[in-house]
Design a protein around this ligand. Structure first.
Ligand code: OFO
Length: 168
């Protein structure tokens, strides 16, 4: 059985993962409309990954006898001034998620819930990867700056990266 505190924390996290999925999805719309064929695939893909993060939590909470409540989520229709702004926001978002995961790890230790502590290690690893990935994309976008040709090639590279990833 999960303690009330852990159950509440995990349910909040699963709703955050669901929101993350919607956030990536809404960013993918925006990017696709701007004509970036590769970057939009990256964001659509990532939206699916966030859904998988949510499902992992759903399955774990159910296995431990918790009661899930889903928040109503509306698609976030935000527009951005630039790709750079979008990825800055995304990095900020992932950093916030990392803090929440760290907090959950902390309370799982306080509550001596070592099953949950162990379960959360996957998310800890994932956040390290995600922050690094978004930071790498942002660094590249900053490096390219106003160079439209550079941006075009970067977008094409992202498309190939996406194709390769789906074939591996
Ligand atoms: Fe992007 O993060 Fe899920 O956990």
């Amino acid at each position: 059985m999960l303690s009330e505190k852990i159950e509440k924390g995990l349910i909040k996290q699963l709703n955050r993962e669901s929101e993350s999925s919607q956030l990536y999805l809404s960013m993918a719309f925006w990017v696709e409309k701007k004509g970036y064929e590769g970057i939009c695939e990256f964001l659509y893909d990532h939206s699916n990954e966030e859904r998988i993060h949510m499902l992992k939590l759903v399955r774990y909470i159910n296995k431990r006898g918790g009661n899930i409540v889903l928040n109503g989520i509306s698609i976030i229709n935000v527009t951005y001034q630039s790709l750079k702004e979008l990825f800055i926001k995304l990095l900020g978002h992932e950093k916030k998620i990392s803090q929440k995961i760290n907090y959950l790890v902390e309370i799982s230790l306080q509550e001596k819930d070592y099953f949950t502590y162990n379960f959360l290690q996957w998310y800890v690893e994932e956040q390290i990867e995600e922050e690094a990935l978004i930071k790498t994309v942002l660094d590249k976008i900053e490096l390219i700056g106003e160079d439209k040709g550079g941006l075009y090639f970067f977008d094409q590279n992202m498309k190939n990266f996406h194709k390769k990833k789906n074939c591996d």
